[in-house]
Design a binder for this molecule. Structure first.
Ligand code: AQP
Length: 335
């Protein structure tokens, strides 16, 4: 069976963008069948920027609880914490030696996150896409559901696979397909429809956290930035109105509708009508997940057991693939 791999960083503030752009689609892929699904808390990626150890522990378990609460079933999917499957980091080293500095330097996430002071950024932040390529290719995964922001990293994953195959004259690593589909591959900030909703945005009002209670969710949606025009008849009418467009996309994704269908339902509606409808929908969809997350968080030992079992299952796949990689390279003792 073909494999699907994807991950989320346990860097706190799991939000609606992560849910609609990633988690919800992971669950849909798992339930659709036809793929072996592997989902990961990428803690090694999280530490490319400073993480407080206690918070990292908490965020990792909370993220695992979020995966399970959203519908990832450890009986159907392999659920792991990246650092506990050491072949990810081992293959990443190999890819550090395959990828070129210039490739990494062109990544927009690197440029955004390193900012003006690249000299002070960690070496890990620079090499981030190489570890991401290893995460995927250590399973020979062919499909990776992600949000729009990860497209460039997935192209780099293909470049790394192709260069490895070419350098060693093998056809070993597959070409991975990004799966970027649905209405919410790019959920924007509630305070600024031109910026993506993000864990690290200093404004808590910019995002809906999966740990927010119903009141907070409603309040954030009612206060979301919008213009004063009613909703138009068609999607085209939303061009140049990024804040309005964002709310329509969120509605569509939460309701499993197309944005076009949302427009025909709410054509002519004022935000005074649309926002409360969206708030109710968001609460109806998210409250059960939030509740289940806090129930799971009451028993961290059970979460740890699930992740330990996931790591064992994962290593049945990763150990042979890493061994074969080392053998191709010429490392003695690998056969
Ligand atoms: N706003 C978003 N809309 C849709 N999808 C999103 N994703 C993230 N933000 C949005 C998707 O969530 C998955 C996991 O992301 P991540 O945690 O690995 O990394 P990230 O993109 O760095 O998350 P943030 O929230 O943007 O964190 P910071 O603030 O640290 O940069 C990915 O599939 C991603 O596409």
């Amino acid at each position: 069976t073909p494999r699907v791999f994807s991950g989320i960083q346990p860097s706190g503030n799991l939000h609606l963008g992560n849910y609609l752009g990633a988690l919800k689609r992971f669950v849909d892929t798992q339930n659709a069948g036809g793929f072996q699904t592997i989902y990961c808390m990428v803690d090694l990626h999280a530490i490319t920027v400073w993480q407080d150890p206690e918070k990292l522990r908490h965020s990792t378990r909370e993220l695992a609880a979020g995966f399970i609460a959203a519908g990832i079933d450890p009986e159907k999917s392999i659920l792991i914490n990246q650092s506990q499957v050491p072949e990810h980091a081992q293959l990443a080293w190999v890819f550090n030696c395959v990828a070129r500095m210039g490739w990494m330097g062109r990544m927009t996430q690197w440029k955004d996150k390193a900012g003006k002071d690249a000299e002070a950024a960690s070496l890990g932040l620079f090499a981030y896409p190489s570890l991401m390529a290893a995460d995927i290719l250590v399973y020979h995964a062919t499909h990776v559901p992600v949000g729009e922001d990860q497209k460039q990293h997935l192209e780099l994953t293909r470049d790394i696979a192709a260069k490895f195959n070419h350098d060693f004259g093998v056809d070993f690593f597959p070409m991975t397909e990004p799966v970027i589909e649905g209405a919410a591959t790019r959920v924007m900030s509630l305070r600024d429809g031109t910026k993506k909703m993000s864990k690290s945005d200093p404004s808590d009002a910019s995002r809906i956290n999966l740990t927010d209670d119903a009141d907070t969710i409603s309040k954030k949606i009612r206060k979301a930035k919008t213009d004063f025009e009613p909703l138009p008849e068609t999607l085209e009418g939303l061009s140049g109105r990024p804040d309005a467009r964002n709310l329509v996309n969120i509605y569509a994704a939460l309701a499993d509708m197309t944005p076009e269908a949302v427009m025909s339902e709410y054509a002519g509606a004022q935000f005074g009508t649309f926002k409360p409808a969206l708030a109710d929908l968001a609460v109806a969809r998210l409250a059960p997940i939030t509740r289940e997350m806090s129930r799971l968080m009451a028993d961290p030992a059970e979460i740890d057991r699930i992740l330990a079992r996931g790591a064992t299952q994962a290593r049945e796949i990763t150990v042979p693939i890493l061994r074969k990689t080392y053998d191709i390279i010429g490392m003695v003792g690998s056969t």
